[in-house]
Design a protein around this ligand. Structure first.
Ligand SMILES: [Zn+2]
Length: 75
């Protein structure tokens, strides 16, 4: 995840200036769990083929669902 924001840059001499920078934010727990699951599934002969999941694939999928539940927006 990344976003663009303005940050103050002190040029050392003179007034300095504002500069647009890209801020890379760490993946949140849900995104990280999903990435791990996908990464595994892409390289796993069992998980890649069909709906079947190997033991590790099932664990990663469960972890993703758990993370998604845990990060449900609070209204
Ligand atoms: Zn697998």
């Amino acid at each position: 995840m990344s976003r663009v924001e303005w940050q103050w840059r002190d040029s050392g001499s003179g007034p300095g200036h504002m500069q647009r920078v890209i801020v890379h934010e760490p993946l949140n727990a849900v995104q990280e769990a999903f990435r791990q699951w996908l990464t595994h599934a892409a390289g796993c002969r069992v998980c890649r083929v069909d709906e079947a999941r190997c033991e590790r694939g099932q664990r990663l999928q469960a972890a993703y669902r758990e993370a998604r539940r845990g990060s449900a927006p609070i209204s």
